[in-house]
Design a binder for this molecule. Structure first.
Ligand SMILES: Nc1nc2c(ncn2[C@@H]2O[C@H](COP(=O)(O)OP(=O)(O)OP(=O)(O)O)[C@@H](O)[C@H]2O)c(=O)[nH]1
Ligand SMILES: [Zn+2]
Length: 336
């Protein structure tokens, strides 16, 4: 058995690799540093050079140098912190994303919806894990209502409850995403069956506190081909995905919207609006509808930023062309 089998190798990647009929080695990026990365190959983990890749990418290597990156099947992205419209890829080719919701802190449904939208937008399938059920409880029915069509599992890494049923819903490469302190690393270790990922409990001794899990590293699960990608707790998650991602995360609102009298109903005050009728009937909360609108607005804004960026890129290209034309004709002119 190749080490790659423990890192999510499947027929899709073998086929993609075969398309590139070069003398290269198939590998998967497990960890990225500046200009260098660790990749797992048929003969184990090797240190390589190359940029523009991220954890989870399938690549080809030519004597420990990046040769090509195979087209990403999924990409978990977030808006970068700066004022640019760039996105940052947190993880590539993740199949299942576990969204952690802690039982010992106040339930933030808006944040759960935001994470789920982000996951649908990435192309992966979300699964919600309510964590730390031994030390608190959350209203599961509220989580279910905020996550239609998404599997919701209750887990405790301390007493081990719910770990098996969560595992049953995980396919392929798995990532854990959720706020800092929500139990991602601890849950990851429970899924791994041992302590491999650094957790908040092991860190508290150094007094540095939160947000110290900066590494994004693929870890194989020996018993199956699952891989964990431990992502840092995100203070805020921008939604850059697509309208489709919002529609998937809010499939209940989307289904209602199809019943509105007007095809272009904005669900503000139109007559015959099925969405507003559901709010009036207490079947849809104002909060959820408000967040749906907010995420759609954010998405539209992000798209317009992308358009603006594409336009200024085009403008730069035109300037470059006209400059080179001027140079060309100046030279031609001298020739005459
Ligand atoms: N009682 C109980 N405590 C837990 C459980 N899971 C995690 N914890 C505790 O919650 C705290 C945070 O857990 P982590 O696993 O470090 O959380 P994290 O989401 O990885 O946090 P960041 O690395 O900051 O993003 C630690 O003190 C854990 O010991 C659980 O199932 N039960
Ligand atoms: Zn409507």
């Amino acid at each position: 058995m190749s080490p790659l089998d423990h890192y999510g190798l499947d027929q899709h990647w073998l086929t993609e690799f075969e398309k590139l009929s070069q003398k290269t080695t198939l590998a998967r990026v497990v960890r990225v540093d500046r200009g260098e990365f660790d990749a797992v190959t048929d003969s184990g983990i090797v240190r390589c050079t190359g940029t523009g890749i991220c954890t989870g990418d399938w690549v080809t290597l030519d004597s420990f140098r990046l040769a090509a990156t195979l087209p990403r099947r999924t990409a978990i992205e977030r808006a970068s912190a700066g004022s640019t419209s760039d996105t940052q890829v947190l993880g590539a080719n993740v199949d299942t994303v576990v969204v952690t919701v802690a039982s010992d802190t106040a339930l933030d449904l808006g944040r759960v919806e935001r994470y789920i939208t982000l996951v649908w937008g990435s192309g992966a399938v979300p699964v919600v894990a309510i964590t730390k059920t031994d030390s608190g409880s959350v209203a599961e029915e509220l989580v279910l209502a905020a996550a239609p069509g998404v599997e919701v599992c209750t887990t405790s890494a301390v007493d081990g409850s719910g770990i098996d049923s969560l595992t049953a819903h995980l396919r392929g490469t798995v990532a854990l995403i959720g706020p800092s302190g929500s139990g991602k690393s601890t849950l990851g270790n429970a899924l791994l069956g041992g302590s491999v990922l650094e957790t908040g409990a092991t860190r508290s001794a150094d007094g540095k506190g939160r947000h110290t899990t900066v590494r994004r590293e693929l870890v194989p699960i020996p018993s199956s081909a699952l891989v964990l990608l431990d992502t840092p707790g995100l203070r805020s998650v921008g939604v850059q995905g697509s309208e489709d991602a919002v529609a998937s995360a809010f499939s209940d609102v989307d289904e209602l919207a199809a019943l509105c009298r007007f095809g272009d109903c904005a669900h503000e005050h139109e007559p015959g609006c099925a969405v507003l009728a559901a709010v009036d009937a207490g079947e849809l909360t104002e909060r959820r509808l408000g967040n749906y609108r907010k995420l759609l607005r954010e998405n539209a804004w992000a798209m317009s930023r992308q358009d603006a960026r594409a336009r200024s890129q085009k403008l730069r290209e035109y300037k470059q062309i006209s400059k080179s034309l001027r140079v060309k004709y100046a030279i031609d002119g001298r020739k005459r």
